[in-house]
Design a protein around this ligand. Structure first.
Ligand code: TYD
Ligand code: MG
Length: 430
């Protein structure tokens, strides 16, 4: 062609030879050959772990963040993701250059948050740019060690048809950031909040594309925040970190059990149980409140436990002990806002209900560990030694278990029960 149809200039065309192509099933493939190598000739490169000196964070990361990985931190809006990330990046900035892109909040808002947290390191650089192309170019040029994008849902990719925050753009963004991380040796941390549509449109869609996924969880009325890994290519998913939201940001809680035990009260309706959280036994207080109901349909307000579990135990107690729980309102909580889904708490649930019903506390410094069958029999549980060891550490003296539960090497007084009938012996006749 002599004249360019686009710019109308003459003689501007030059010839170029395209790479030779072949077709397989009608699809063109490149003829470029990839060289294959033996695994033995690949040199292992020990990759650096980036420590933040926030111990709970570093532990959950698998002993610091793996350099040039792509991480996502998700959680409900308002749970504290931005707060935690600001604290972590502030610590990281003591040793590394960190670029922080706040795509959701203006720099003024970030400044307000930073003021609550205390001094902010000058190595930490901010921008409220939300154009992902610009963010990537800035990172390629500036070569920070760490790039933070808070949040990925608020970024947009210019020139694409899909909507910002939509599945298409989220995936494309994650793909671009993954390449940035690997090719330019930049550690990328993104946040994403769980949207109402959660599973489909939220950060869930990104989970298989990134190196690690962390959830920050907690209940509104409690200050406890739990950081857990749900996927980690460079660590276990068994580690869990505990924090408390305070006026000046998230504070680490290195010994959560001490905290939970100190908060527990020895009063009617309160019973201590233990469950595994990752690799750690947690000591939790179950709190029950039963009151005669004025309603034809008594209320059941249960948080932290499975509604059905509590109803089932209440039904078993009513059947075998003739306590009239079906005519009582039942309120149930678990301390710290934790969610418990373990049948090993059955005995604790039964005791908490009875203790509130009879308005009498169970013996002091005691922990209940057992399952209850539909026939009202108390069943032994697994891994009891770990729970007992932890309980002993915090000065608990009695363990309430199934009759045939094996208990080895404990200095605690062991109270054994075969059937829920026998639980009545803990409460004086009323
Ligand atoms: P934020 O980190 O903005 O949550 P996310 O990024 O997950 O949406 O945290 C918001 C909540 O935390 C807000 O309700 C205020 C509270 N907060 C504190 O209690 N103390 C603090 O020091 C800060 C910065 C926030
Ligand atoms: Mg936020």
């Amino acid at each position: 062609m002599g004249c360019c149809p686009e710019c109308h200039a003459w003689d501007t065309f030059s010839a170029s030879t395209p790479a030779a192509t072949a077709t397989i099933h009608g699809r063109e493939i490149t003829s470029k050959v990839t060289s294959m190598i033996q695994l033995n000739s690949v040199t292992e490169q020990p990759r650096e772990r980036m420590m933040s000196s926030i111990a709970e964070w570093d532990r959950v990361m698998g002993g610091g963040i793996m350099r040039s990985s792509l991480l996502i931190l998700t959680g409900d809006p308002g749970i504290g993701k931005s707060t935690l990330l600001l604290q972590v990046s502030n610590q990281l900035a003591q040793r590394y250059t960190v670029y922080y892109f706040s795509t959701e909040e203006s720099l003024h808002q970030v400044k307000l948050r930073a003021t609550r947290l205390g001094t902010i390191n000058d190595q930490l650089l901010f921008s409220d740019q939300a154009n992902l192309d610009a963010i990537i170019t800035t990172a390629r040029e500036g070569k920070p060690d760490v790039l933070i994008i808070d949040s990925i849902q608020n970024c947009y990719l210019p020139g694409t048809q899909s909507l910002p925050g939509g599945v298409g753009q989220l995936r494309e963004s994650a793909f671009l950031l993954m390449r940035l991380a690997k090719e330019h040796d930049i550690t990328v941390i993104i946040t994403g909040h769980i949207t109402k549509e959660g599973v489909i449109a939220g950060p869930k869609t990104l989970e298989h594309m990134v190196d690690a996924v962390f959830y920050l969880q907690g209940e509104d009325q409690w200050h406890t925040r739990v950081l857990r890994a749900v996927k980690n290519r460079f660590g276990t998913i068994n580690e869990i970190g505990f924090f408390e939201m305070e006026q000046s940001g998230l504070r680490e809680v290195p010994n959560i059990n001490e905290h939970l035990i100190n908060d527990a009260t020895h009063s009617p309706g309160s019973v201590l149980v233990s469950v595994m959280e990752g690799s750690r036994p947690l000591l939790l207080e179950l709190q029950a409140l039963t009151v005669e109901s004025k309603l034809s349909m008594p209320q059941r307000v249960i948080s932290g436990l499975d509604h059905k579990q509590v109803m089932l135990i209440a039904a078993i107690l009513q059947k075998y002990l003739h306590v009239k729980l079906s005519m009582h309102d039942i309120f149930f909580k678990v301390s710290g806002g934790f969610k418990v889904r373990e049948s090993a708490t059955d005995l604790g649930v039964a005791l908490a209900l009875l203790s509130s019903y009879f308005q009498q506390p169970i013996p002091e410094h005691a922990i209940a560990l057992g399952e209850i069958s539909l026939t009202g029999h108390i069943k032994p549980i697994n891994q009891i030694t770990m729970f007992i060891k932890e309980a002993e550490k915090f000065g608990l003296e009695r363990i309430l278990v199934a009759k045939n539960q094996k208990v080895d090497g404990s200095s605690c007084k062991v109270l054994r029960f075969q059937h829920v009938y026998e639980l009545l012996s803990l409460f004086s006749e009323s």
